[in-house]
Design a protein around this ligand. Structure first.
Ligand code: ZN
Length: 117
């Protein structure tokens, strides 16, 4: 497991995340498709916001409202989110595109069919 740093485009939000980037997903639902999100889910202990307050982010909920999509009110980038999984556990989620020095071409990205759910 490695510690990656990341954040939104303008730098209002910065975070650290402990992950091996083993499971990275690209979902084809209307929302992820529009935003081009490439996501990695981690447990809450693996995520630390180092700059910015979570309450300052704008929240967007849709469909089953299971994932709290948070985006920066300044630059509009969604760099992290949180939600609950099917077992009801709180999960964190980072947008892999927002991690520093990660080359998406080196990752195995799993396609998730969110469009039909
Ligand atoms: Zn920003």
């Amino acid at each position: 497991m490695k510690t990656y740093t990341g954040g939104c485009h303008c730098g209002k939000f910065r975070y650290e995340v402990d992950t091996d980037l083993e499971k990275v997903i690209e979902c084809n639902c209307s929302h992820c498709h529009m935003k081009g999100l490439v996501l990695s889910f981690i447990s809450p202990e693996q995520f630390r916001l180092t700059k910015g307050e979570e309450a300052e982010a704008t929240e967007y909920l849709f469909n089953k409202k299971k994932i709290h999509h948070l985006f920066c009110p300044v630059c509009g980038v969604q760099s992290f989110a949180w939600g609950t999984n099917s077992e009801g556990n709180v999960m964190r989620c980072v947008n892999v595109r927002c991690l520093d020095d990660v080359d998406l071409k080196t990752l195995t990205i799993t396609a998730v069919n969110g469009k039909d759910y």
